[in-house]
Write a protein that binds this ligand. Structure first.
Ligand SMILES: [Zn+2]
Length: 234
């Protein structure tokens, strides 16, 4: 990585994510990161997107300026993706990471543009291909056991997220790990953090995960205990 030696292309307030050129591993979870994977440098340590709390975001490649600008506007948390261009000896923007909802909103605004309409169809097809319905249903079932009062919409989104992560992996051990209650619990916590607290907004403001996490911790605990209670919220 050249990230510690050269200044990336982002503005000071932006969260910058690097596209891996040379194989490395996540300092948080030890996952191997290959050419083309994304990582964030935190205190000179590479973190995979999951460990950097950016794993719920989607990559929107550069090329459509209006779409990029609108998606960043609608996303409570977003990051710039850069890659080291060896020949030019500088970081170049590849795109941004934003929420799926932000991309959808931005695309809706760009719908007058025929090119965007084509992009949306392509993305929708790619999404459907990547989804494994059976797997998703099994995860949802397990979630229902663990969090009986979790709203169906949240359970569906957590299952879909877990499934999307699973589809990018290989082998039975990865699948077994997703069904591990502790791993599922972590997925639920991540969902609650991003969707039911101000976490994304706080992280965007200070860029400091520890501070943002400590500010939302009690809120997460409150939601989890409601969801764990079979009788539902009091
Ligand atoms: Zn990691």
């Amino acid at each position: 990585m050249n990230s510690s030696q050269a200044k990336p292309a982002g503005k000071p307030s932006e969260i910058v994510v690097f596209m891996v050129r040379r194989e490395t591993e996540c300092a948080g979870c030890g996952r191997e990161l290959f050419d083309g994977n994304l990582l964030r440098m935190e205190a000179n340590r590479p973190l995979c997107l999951d460990c950097a709390d950016l794993g719920h975001l989607e990559f929107l490649t550069s090329g459509n300026t209006a779409l990029t600008r609108r998606a960043a506007k609608y996303s409570p948390l977003w990051a710039v993706v850069v890659r080291w261009a060896r020949a030019r000896k500088r970081y170049e923007r590849q795109g941004i990471l934003v929420t799926r909802e932000a991309i959808d909103c931005a695309e809706t605004e760009c719908l007058a543009d025929e090119e965007s309409r084509a992009r949306r169809r392509e993305r929708a097809a790619a999404r459907r291909e990547g989804e494994d319905r059976e797997y998703e249903a099994a995860v949802a079932e397990k979630l229902k056991e663990m969090f009986p009062s979790c709203p169906a919409e949240s359970a569906g989104r957590i299952a879909a997220w877990t499934c999307r992560k699973h589809s990018g992996r290989v082998g039975r051990s990865a699948a077994a790990k997703d069904f591990d209650p502790e791993a599922l619990r972590l997925a639920v916590i991540a969902h609650v953090r991003h969707e039911h607290t101000r976490y994304d907004e706080l992280l965007m403001q200070h860029g400091d995960r520890q501070q943002a996490r400590s500010e939302v911790r009690s809120g997460i605990d409150r939601v989890l205990s409601q969801w764990e209670n079979p009788a539902g919220p009091a």
